[in-house]
Ligand binder design. Structure first.
Ligand SMILES: CC(=O)N[C@H]1[C@@H](OP(=O)(O)OP(=O)(O)OC[C@H]2O[C@@H](n3ccc(=O)[nH]c3=O)[C@H](O)[C@@H]2O)O[C@H](CO)[C@@H](O)[C@@H]1O
Ligand SMILES: C=C(OP(=O)(O)O)C(=O)O
Length: 475
């Protein structure tokens, strides 16, 4: 890239120029970082604390925006949320109360977690107000499975201009449910509603992601009676009361895979402390198929997985994202950047979300050769084969990437843009950096620890925001 970033003018369609980082590419990421509790478990564990009659303690909680949002929502409902430092969080639900709708709406659009407050609030207060949901814009992300299940269990749902209002005039009761698709959120919804419901709930076609298994383990600690049968069947026997839990969440397998892909795309070598092989089996198979190397250290305290590029060419692969135990959709975006560096044609069929390949447009502007199709380019026709959803990609590599201006579209797409910028020649300006905070703790500090050259207003303006600033300070 010829021009230095400072010489480029800002396009008026870019978000806040202060929310931008300049990345100088071309240096392999090398070193070690640590991942803490999984974003996709910790936030749900925090909601589950509402179900207990005594305080809960959660360990290894990362300083990410989703945790901050759920902390805010819980506090508005009277839950005492006390960060004790070093990732310990005590949640005391002794004084749960109805929250002010206007105050709750401050969190509208910030995360997907508010929908999981339905069951716990209906049990505690008989009423729940749910602000509009946020989360990554990677598809329509409807909540029909959640609401249908709650209605079957006795909830009445009113859609208002402000958000959803739920009541349960006769309480929630157990029933037999079948999800049209094994949705993670809807499975969690049923678990959180059924554990205190009257009678037995059977959930067919449930999600079985490791985060679900960990949530079940946590609920079991609270006194819940849940049996996980084969064939995606969960049987939940409602109990009259639950106590608080003490729980160390599973490590973040999505963050671990992101850094693994960053090592591969930049020809680097990254030790991800805390990463656990059991949660990453499917990812590791694909990583190896592409040509990436890894080594597992099982030490329970200091262990992790070292990921590296062994030199030479990477190989192309064909893969489909799927529900667990398939290749997880949240691994897809970082891996695609590594695939731009693999020799040959790779095919990626995204079957979980209909709109999760938009981030590839930016990679193309950097020199990647990626074509996106609305046909199902995989062995299994998926729900998105008709309707014109651009959900299959063909990636031809290896491509020399050039730095460019990038606007972060969503959490994993944003991480992918960073990897591409780090693998590219020259410098890139990455806009919308705050979106990364939702799921990557200490992102800037970790990049720096791995030898990346990153600078810019997002660093200068917010001081240590990306290196454990306000999120950590809020503890
Ligand atoms: C906070 C969190 O844990 N987020 C994860 C969770 O999201 P989330 O729980 O939102 O994802 P789901 O598993 O529910 O969604 C999977 C598919 O089901 C569809 N669907 C879902 C619910 C519903 O009521 N109706 C419906 O049609 C969705 O549009 C999507 O196509 O699981 C996803 C799939 O592993 C991950 O990518 C997200 O990182
Ligand atoms: C899609 C994701 O998260 P969320 O469901 O919170 O939007 C993700 O973590 O990649």
């Amino acid at each position: 890239m010829s021009a230095e970033p400072s010489a480029r003018s800002f396009d008026s369609s870019y978000p806040d120029p202060g929310d931008m980082l300049v990345v100088r590419g071309g240096t392999p990421l090398c070193g070690e970082i640590r991942v803490r509790g999984a974003k996709n478990l910790v936030s749900k564990a925090m909601v589950a604390a509402l179900l207990g009659s005594t305080p809960s303690t959660l360990y290894d909680v990362p300083a990410i925006r989703d945790v901050e949002v759920v902390t805010g929502l819980l506090r508005l409902h009277g839950v005492r949320v006390e960060p004790l430092g070093d990732g310990r969080l005590v949640l005391d639900p002794a004084n749960v109360e109805t929250a002010d709708v206007e105050e709750l709406n401050v969190h509208a659009g910030a995360s997907r977690i508010p929908i999981l407050f339905c069951g716990p609030l209906l049990h505690r207060l008989g009423r729940a107000f749910i602000p509009d949901l946020g989360g990554c814009r990677i598809g329509g992300r409807p909540i029909d499975f959640h609401l249908d299940a709650l209605r079957e269990m006795g909830a009445v749902v009113d859609k208002t201009a402000d958000g959803l209002v739920l009541t349960a005039p006769d309480g929630l009761h157990g029933t037999t449910l079948a999800l049209p698709y094994p949705s993670v959120g809807a499975t969690e919804q049923v678990l959180l509603a059924a554990v205190l419901a009257d009678g037995i709930t059977e959930l067919h076609n449930a999600a079985v992601e490791p985060e679900i298994t960990d949530l079940i383990a946590l609920l079991q600690k609270m006194g819940a009676l849940i049996t996980a049968h084969t064939d995606r069947l969960l049987r939940i026997e409602g109990v009259p009361a639950l106590r608080g839990y003490s729980h160390r969440p599973l490590p973040d397998r999505l963050e671990a895979a992101s850094w693994a892909c960053a090592a591969l795309a930049t020809r680097g070598d990254v030790l991800v402390r805390g990463a656990r092989q059991a949660d990453l089996m499917t990812f590791l198979n694909v990583y190896r198929a592409v040509g990436g190397e890894f080594e597992v250290d099982d030490d329970p305290v200091d262990g992790g997985i070292r990921f590296w590029h062994p030199g030479g060419d990477l190989g192309a692969v064909a893969l489909e994202t799927d529900v667990h135990p398939g290749f997880m959709t949240d691994w897809q975006q970082p891996l695609v950047v590594a695939l731009t560096q693999a020799r040959g044609l790779s095919i990626v069929h995204e079957t979980v979300y209909e709109n999760r390949l938009g981030f590839t447009d930016a990679l193309v502007t950097m020199g990647a050769t990626i074509q996106v199709y609305s046909a199902c380019l995989g062995a299994t026709p998926c729900r998105f084969g008709h309707g014109g959803y651009r959900h299959s990609a063909v990636i031809s590599g290896p491509s020399k990437l050039q730095g460019n201006d990038l606007v972060i579209p969503d959490l994993r797409g944003g991480f992918s843009h960073f990897i591409a910028a780090l693998a590219a020649e020259g410098s890139s300006r990455v806009f919308g950096v705050h979106l990364i905070d939702r799921g990557y703790e200490d992102f800037g500090a970790k990049l720096a620890a791995l030898g990346a050259t990153v600078d810019g207003p997002a660093y200068e303006r917010a001081g240590l925001r990306l290196a454990g600033g306000p999120l950590e300070a809020a503890r």
